[in-house]
Unconditional design. Structure first.
Length: 294
């Protein structure tokens, strides 16, 4: 063990899928002593050659170090891996994708077994891990003390952002941002479908689409947040609900003429029309948020 490694927090990592392996390599490269475990043991061979200690069982890996990072398939996998481990005095950071409710339940489960707990939501794909300029980061929520103590270690693979003591808030932030991403992807898919049969080069169209989404997204998101906070959906409106809803037939007619299904747009257009029927045409689109609440 090098002198540099002696200054670094030892880490245990459970789970060596694509993301887990990327995380492992960044901690190893930064000089952290690393113990790994994976249900399919062969996945650890490459990391062993790079200096990781390989545990035969999850319980053995947990016993090796105080800081335990979990990056498995789902919450059931987390329970199965940790069920036979002694968590007394351990700091468990669960980076497995779960729901907010599962995160809260897992936090209570870990705390009852003597551990401190953080839940995490990884806002990155494996190639972004260990590459700060890509902008990847991880949401963390749960024990503030655990986060502050291990902040530097947690930030090695990607930026570490604490979003509150409620263990469910990291998962909620994660899913909220990803939901917006998929909505954006849906709009992009519809846009490409509209031009698909025309003599329009998708590669030439792509920069136009990127520029437009970039120009529209930031002001819209900021204004929606401001209006939700104030409760006044008519503040600083540029294109009101009445005007935007009046344009819907042109979008649907264009889709029909191009032979494109409008199914990605119809739910949102339906909400716009509902809000117009029960609200003010002078509002922004923010009222759609309230229609989604059950």
């Amino acid at each position: 063990m090098t002198a540099n490694a002696l200054d670094k927090t030892p880490v245990t990592l459970l789970g060596l899928g694509a993301m887990g392996t990327a995380l492992a390599r960044t901690w190893l490269a930064a000089g952290h002593p690393l113990t790994v475990w994976n249900r399919t043991a062969a996945r650890a061979d490459g990391l062993a050659a790079e200096g990781a200690a390989v545990a035969a069982t999850a319980a053995e890996a947990v016993a090796a170090n105080r800081l335990v990072i979990v990056c498995l398939l789902d919450d059931d996998s987390v329970g199965a891996a940790l069920d036979g481990a002694d968590l007394t005095g351990k700091d468990v950071v669960n980076l497995t994708t779960t729901t907010p409710a599962q995160a809260r339940e897992r936090a209570a489960w870990a705390t009852a077994r003597g551990a401190r707990y953080l839940d995490g939501g990884i806002m990155a794909v494996p190639p972004m891990i260990g590459v700060p300029e890509t902008g990847g980061y991880v949401f963390h929520s749960g024990s503030p003390e655990l986060f502050e103590e291990h902040r530097e270690t947690l930030a090695v693979p990607a930026g570490a952002r604490f979003v509150g003591a409620d263990p469910g808030h990291a998962a909620l932030h994660d899913v909220a941002l990803l939901s917006a991403m998929y909505g954006m992807f849906a709009g992009a898919a519809h846009a490409f479908a509209l031009i698909r049969k025309e003599s329009i080069d998708p590669a030439g169209f792509a920069p136009l689409l990127t520029e437009w989404l970039t120009a529209m997204a930031a002001p819209h998101v900021s204004q929606t947040a401001d209006q939700l906070g104030s409760g006044d959906y008519t503040t600083n409106v540029v294109s009101n609900l009445g005007m935007q809803t009046a344009g819907v037939p042109a979008f649907l007619a264009t889709a029909e003429q191009q032979g494109v299904s409008p199914e990605l747009l119809l739910p949102y257009f339906g909400l716009m029309r509902r809000r117009l029927a029960e609200g003010s045409p002078q509002e922004d689109l923010t009222g759609v948020v309230d229609l989604l609440l059950r």
